[in-house]
Ligand binder design. Sequence first.
Ligand SMILES: C=C(O[C@@H]1C=C(C(=O)O)C=C[C@H]1O)C(=O)O
Length: 291
Amino acid sequence: MNNPNSRPIRLGRISYTNAWPVFHHFDPGRLSFPTEIHSDLPATLNRKLRTGDIDMAAISSYAYGVSADAYYLLPNLSVSAFGRVQSILLFLKSPLEQVLRGRIALTTASATSVNLLKIIMEKFYGGKPTYEDAEPALEQMLEHADAALLIGDHAIRASWTNHGYRVLDLGEVWNVWTGHWMTFALWGVHKETALRCPEAIGEIYESLIASKRESKRNVEPIVDKALRQIGGTADYWRGYFGNLCHDFGPEQKAGLRLYFQYAKELGLIDGEPDIAELPLPDLLDNLSNRR
Ligand SMILES: C=C(O[C@@H]1C=C(C(=O)O)C=C[C@H]1O)C(=O)O
């Protein structure tokens, strides 16, 4: 099959372990359309998708909220948690009361969690800290700050060190205050790409869903890979992957809508975006009608 696009579909993959279940069994070589993988940190994928350097990607849910008009979401894919997530962590060097009026260093890898932290600090705890962007390295971040936010594998590795700091898990804080799920990442595709090559996007989508399903059926291959690449124990990784949810159903959507509502109230986002999923059957129907 030819790709009407004539160039490969460029797909962004979050390099952190949290997205592995959706990508591990995804093999672009088995697709009938040329597909290129761009593996990167979430903030870089957010930017590349926005500028059109890639066509579709796992991105921060906040980044979807900012550019929702331009993207469709791939249905039923996310990185979500109900409570503790273990990889969205605020490390406190100072007591919380001081952090609320102090300085917080924010990892440059994130978009959802830095804004979630602002919601927690300002709306839930009534604080007004100042924020500064920093490369994700705990000790350097805490040289000049009262607290440091890390996400993904940077947070996991830091949590294993003998750091001695108090740690807040932002998934847990969000859940305690709201009773909701928190969705950190979503899969977005440019509307324009989806309309131009629905078959290619549909095939990639089906392969991602199949990978997610296989990872859920048997988590051991990604546990082994995480042990080899990151370290830790098999039990840690079984717990970590078991705790994450890669679906995006009504409960995750309700949590995300609340997050967008709070982000809007704090002026972190212009409007409350619609959650618009890729209407794949309609796109494929239109395509066959055109033939
Ligand atoms: C659960 C996580 O979800 C993520 C958090 C993101 C963010 O804060 O912008 C983006 C993608 C995911 O990597 C994690 O990083 O550990």
